[in-house]
Design a binder for this molecule. Structure first.
Ligand code: IPE
Ligand code: IPE
Ligand code: MG
Length: 230
């Protein structure tokens, strides 16, 4: 009998390298974002097909606002188009969409699309797609602490913080994948990654397809996780 492969329950993906991918081709950065948006569905679908239950995608960080307005607008525009194009598929597959981050400063039309998608998929309790949008982990943890304080707590536990995170109720991240050769977390789910395995690849995000995802999952299946034990 073929050996059962160990699969991450929760995969976090830092989709990086769109700008460099475009630059290599003499194109504007927004073109890289467009190509990057085009591969998201394939990679997320592959994660679920390989047995992951939660996929967390880094779409826009709290630090990304410093980019030229034109680029920020193009990213938001693409995210809106992606929701329009893929919401029906998410619902058909009973995937629950959640958004991690403060969406209040986003353009009204994108904010509405996000709220609608979250509402329409809210009843599902199978696989979860968690999109980190205007997300920063330090802001998230600070918010969780404040929520606990506001509820009257004077001594805050780890459980209180976990319960106040956008990912409350979800398992911790098992595997983080970051494309484009950068080996850093860039404020991505610091709390939830406490015991994650890290897979870094030089492949730029628009070139990261199902086959590349397979390599990351294969690598993960050979990791020996100890969680402090021997
Ligand atoms: C990742 O690609 C997408 C976002 C941060 C929104 P980048 O835009 O960071 O691409 P590089 O890192 O500049 O190549
Ligand atoms: C992280 O990528 C954020 C997203 C992928 C959305 P960045 O490109 O913003 O990260 P740094 O600036 O290289 O750390
Ligand atoms: Mg980058």
């Amino acid at each position: 009998m073929e050996e059962q492969k160990i699969v991450p329950r929760h995969v976090g993906i830092i989709m990086d390298g769109n700008g460099r991918w475009a630059k290599l081709r003499g194109k504007p950065r927004s073109y890289g974002h467009k190509k990057g948006a085009d591969v998201i569905d394939e990679v997320v679908t592959e994660c679920f097909e390989r047995g992951a239950h939660v996929v967390s995608l880094y779409a826009f960080s709290t630090e990304n606002w410093v980019r030229p307005k034109e680029e920020v607008d193009s990213i938001f525009g693409l995210l809106g188009i992606l929701i329009d194009k893929k919401l029906a598929k998410l619902i058909k597959r009973e995937v629950k969409l959640i958004i991690s981050g403060d969406i209040s400063p986003l353009p009204e039309s994108l904010r509405k699309k996000c709220l609608n998608a979250v509402k329409k998929s809210g009843k599902f309790n199978g696989n979860v797609l968690n999109v980190a949008l205007n997300y920063g982990s330090r802001a998230e943890i600070t918010r969780a602490v404040n929520l606990a304080l506001e509820s009257g707590k004077t001594k805050i536990t780890e459980e209180d913080i976990s319960a106040g995170l956008y990912t409350a109720g979800l398992p911790d991240i098992d595997l983080v994948i970051r494309t484009s050769g950068e080996m850093r977390l860039s404020n991505f789910f610091l709390w939830q990654c406490a015991y994650a395995e890290f897979y870094f690849t030089d492949v730029l995000w628009p070139d990261f397809r199902a086959e590349e995802l397979g390599k990351a999952f294969d690598w993960y299946s050979h990791r020996k996780r100890r969680f402090g034990g021997v």
